[in-house]
Design a protein around this ligand. Structure first.
Ligand code: NAD
Length: 477
């Protein structure tokens, strides 16, 4: 049936249920056609996406800024550049990724030949969070299009301006049979999840990740779950404290702390805790208050996304202070503007909620340790993090951290940067995620690695295995 998104939205019909059904069926038919899509056909779609982004930089900045006052330079780097570089990387490598991969033939298979064919999985669903609302909806789309899949995107309802912009981008760039957007709240996501998608790519919290995985199980849809959790940073006694503090301050307070791979808390060697704290303070002031007018006046500091999230952070602070944490820096909150000052707290204990749940905001707890085994034991007693950072000049110490911990990614002497390295898989492990994204790994997430074996007619190496059986298992093992 012909339909019109806008008219139906105006008439307030149960558009989602009806349209989800229709769009899903359209995409199912299209996905079969796209199975055989060539490198060039996919590159055309990727270029269309790139062109729209390039020609709408101002609109993208305005939409994201309207949602949580994210500074334009942060939007350019962490939203727009991340997506355009992902697109360019895919365009440059797609031919190699799509090329069937020949595998060797064992003696028992003599006469046959085998290879892996990268087949698009089909119709995919991308559910995105609000914290990098543009990048985390469109990055996975680049992988879906590269792999030859169709996609339905459900952006986050918490960043409505960016959500509307993503719908506009998709409406102006693609046919709905290829890519479609459904804006909406949890009920929209739930309606979408009833459909038998060939792949679901979800980015969000571990709690919702479990709901997604249960829904996916009903249809045996494969999943990529990009989740969160508490990513620690270790500052060793051999660290360059200025360097460590500079990078931790940026990694923690960029996007106002609302970053899945932000250092959630710092484990610092007790012998360097005091100078490290002083460095943190100096770096916060240098980055966000160079003219000493107050951080609230800085144009380079975003806001908390909503009052609800601001209240959650205020509660974390109140709980920590009640249980004995000390405020070292910051703590000022302006509810009228969802402003939460970069905040550093010390004297933290595991009884505090701030050390139990993902902070996802600009509060940095500092916890001292006596020796590295203690720090590693602490990390290993918690769910596996999405990222882990270690600051040290001692290569042996770095290796010890690398080898004795498990996390989605691990970085020495920097923060957050691995997200931008397209050649690395990005993702978590267990509680912090299942499956990998970015570049080739994103392409693989949306591809079925189909096993292909070709045999010569009239010939089979398995003939001696046909009945009547003339062998004993002893002979073949
Ligand atoms: P969220 O899990 O609350 O929501 C993510 C998406 O899921 C939204 O589109 C939302 O509408 C939908 N959703 C929420 N509840 C749902 C339900 N019951 N059923 C179906 N869909 C539902 O996450 P968020 O608050 O938007 O984002 C913050 C979380 O995301 C943090 O935990 C953060 O660490 C994580 N995160 C992870 C990555 C990564 O790449 N690994 C990136 C960014 C954010």
């Amino acid at each position: 049936k012909p339909f019109n998104f806008q008219t139906m939205q105006k008439e307030n019909i149960d558009i989602n249920a009806t349209l989800i059904d229709q769009v899903f069926e359209m995409q199912k038919a299209q996905a079969i056609k796209m199975r055989m899509s060539s490198v060039n056909q996919r590159i055309i779609l990727l270029k269309k996406l790139l062109d729209w982004i390039k020609s709408h930089q101002v609109d993208i900045r305005r939409a994201i800024h309207a949602d949580f006052k994210k500074p334009y330079p942060e939007i350019d780097i962490s939203e727009i550049f991340v997506v355009t570089s992902e697109i360019k990387h895919a365009i440059n490598h797609l031919e190699a990724w799509m090329k069937p991969k020949k595998v060797s033939t064992p003696i028992t298979m003599l006469g046959s030949s085998s290879y892996i064919h990268y087949e698009p999985k089909g119709v995919s669903l991308i559910i995105a969070p609000w914290n990098y609302p543009f990048n985390l909806a469109l990055g996975p789309l680049v992988s879906a299009l590269s792999a030859g899949c169709t996609a339905i995107i459900k952006p986050s309802e918490i960043t409505p301006h960016t959500s509307a912009l993503i719908r506009r981008l998709v409406d102006e760039t693609f046919d709905k049979s290829q890519v479609a957007v459904f804006e909406g709240e949890i009920d929209t996501a739930q309606k979408l999840l009833e459909k038998p998608f060939d792949h679901i790519f979800f980015t969000g919290s571990p709690a919702v990740g479990k709901i997604i995985m249960k829904a996916a199980a009903e249809n045996l849809s494969s999943v990529t779950l990009e989740l969160g959790g508490k990513s620690p940073a270790i500052v060793d006694k051999q660290a360059d404290l200025t360097d460590a503090a500079t990078k931790i301050v940026w990694g923690k307070f960029v996007n106002c702390g609302q970053t899945c791979i932000a250092p959630d808390y710092v484990l610092v060697h007790q012998s360097v805790q005091i100078p490290f704290l002083e460095e943190l303070k100096a770096q916060i002031q240098k980055m966000y208050d160079p003219s000493e007018k107050g951080i609230e006046k800085s144009k380079d500091y975003a806001r908390i996304v909503s009052t609800k999230h601001l209240k959650r952070l205020k509660h974390l602070m109140a709980d920590a202070e009640l249980k004995g944490a000390q405020l070292f820096f910051g703590g000022y909150v302006n509810e009228d503007d969802n402003f939460f000052e970069p905040t550093v707290i010390t004297n933290v204990t595991d009884e505090m909620e701030v050390l139990q749940e993902e902070i996802f905001g600009p509060i940095l707890p500092i916890k001292p340790y006596d020796d590295i085994e203690e720090a590693l034991g602490y990390i290993n007693s918690k769910p596996k993090p999405l990222a882990l950072y270690v600051f040290s000049k001692d290569e042996k110490q770095i290796q010890e951290v690398f080898k004795n911990t498990s996390s989605g990614g691990v970085v020495a002497n920097d923060c957050v940067l691995h997200f931008l390295q397209n050649e690395l898989p990005f993702g978590g492990v267990n509680n912090s995620g299942i499956g990998k994204a970015h570049g080739h790994f994103g392409f693989l997430a949306f591809s079925n690695e189909k096993a292909v074996l070709k045999q010569r007619i009239g010939f089979t190496a398995s003939k001696p295995l046909f009945p009547p059986y003339g062998f004993t298992s002893k002979k073949i093992i």
